[in-house]
Design a protein. Structure first.
Lengths: 246, 85
């Protein structure tokens, strides 16, 4: 069967393909992270049944933060399906696929990393139930920083999906796909490893409550330095989107 | 629309710059966070060495960041210098 492919078909195909990429890859990270928190919470309750209400509360709150990355993926998916224009050039079609890829891959690190932090919080409360409020606070601060790369990816995805590319050329197509790859892959490493940083800081707090201040400070410093790569990626993505591609 | 040679070169430059920075940020990102995590663990084990551990963490992270900076340099070269007309 001979099908006539016009530009509008490519744009529609890119919308649907991008939407599926965004939500499916992002869901992988979030789901892994939440499962890890639940696994650590079960272990913690088995060890310290008396603190079970605190542990379950911490589990649910930290799972909600880990879910954020998945919700960003869902959000970009819905933007691609219902809000992004169905008209446009082939460059716009490539930008839509890049938006889906960027959000999906960019959310994996944040999901896995938040899971590490949340699991450590449940473990710490089992060891030191009296400190549950302090531990939860530090965990939420750590998890918020873990989400940074994911938020960068959300910004780039929105720019790619909502900004119409006026001109069309193979150069712009390459630049759009490059911007999506840069920010998407650039956010994975920082997300996973800053979650590990938060995990170890919370582990330390639950061993010695007096060290909360110095550990939080070291955690924030280490996480900030670890995000340098994600920030470079954001800069390169901005250059590729807004740079002069004559 | 005919695609000319320079357009293909430009396309490859921009796509390459994006891939280079994206993949290049994976390793430093992973490594630096693990360094920071172990520094936190060390401070918890021996708090009197907090300053030494923080300094070691920062030096190690700086070295680990170097490959990320290489990627950034190559990306910027691809965008602004190499192959442009």
């Amino acid at each position: 069967m001979d099908v006539m492919w016009e530009t509008v078909n490519w744009v529609l195909m890119a919308k649907y393909f991008g939407a599926s990429l965004a939500v499916s890859i992002a869901a992988f990270g979030s789901a892994y992270g939440e499962g890890y928190i639940a696994y650590k919470a079960s272990e913690a309750i088995a060890r310290q049944p008396g603190a079970s209400s605190d542990i379950v509360r911490t589990m649910l709150i930290t799972q909600a933060v880990a879910e954020t990355a998945g919700i960003f993926g869902l959000l970009v998916s819905i933007i691609l399906l219902f809000i992004a224009s169905s008209q446009g050039t082939l460059s716009y079609a490539v930008a839509l696929v890049a938006a889906g890829l960027c959000m999906g891959v960019g959310a994996v690190g944040a999901g896995v990393g938040s899971g590490q932090a949340g699991g450590a919080a449940c473990e710490g409360i089992a060891r030191y139930p009296r400190l549950s409020a302090d531990i939860l606070l530090t965990t939420l601060v750590g998890q918020a920083i873990v989400q940074t790369g994911c938020i960068f990816a959300l910004v780039i995805s929105m720019l790619l999906s909502l900004m119409q590319q006026g001109a069309d050329s193979i150069v712009i197509r390459g630049a759009m796909l490059g911007a999506g790859c840069a920010m998407g892959f650039g956010a994975i490493g920082a997300g996973i490893s800053t979650g590990f940083t938060a995990k170890k800081a919370i582990w330390g707090m639950s061993r010695d409550a007096d060290l909360g201040g110095v550990l939080t400070r070291t955690m924030l410093l280490g996480q900030a330095v670890a995000h340098a790569g994600a920030i470079y990626s954001l800069i390169v993505a901005f250059l590729l989107i807004f740079g002069n591609k004559a | 629309m005919a695609v000319e040679g320079q357009a293909l070169v430009d396309m490859a430059r921009y796509l390459g710059a994006g891939l280079c920075m994206g993949m290049g940020a994976l390793g430093p990102g992973l490594g630096e966070g693990f360094a920071a995590g172990k520094a936190c663990e060390g401070i918890a084990r021996s708090p009197e060495h907090a300053a030494l551990l923080t300094r070691t963490m920062l030096v190690g992270q700086a070295v680990s960041e170097s490959t990320g900076i290489y990627s950034l340099v190559i990306s910027l070269l691809l965008i602004f210098v190499v192959g442009a007309q």
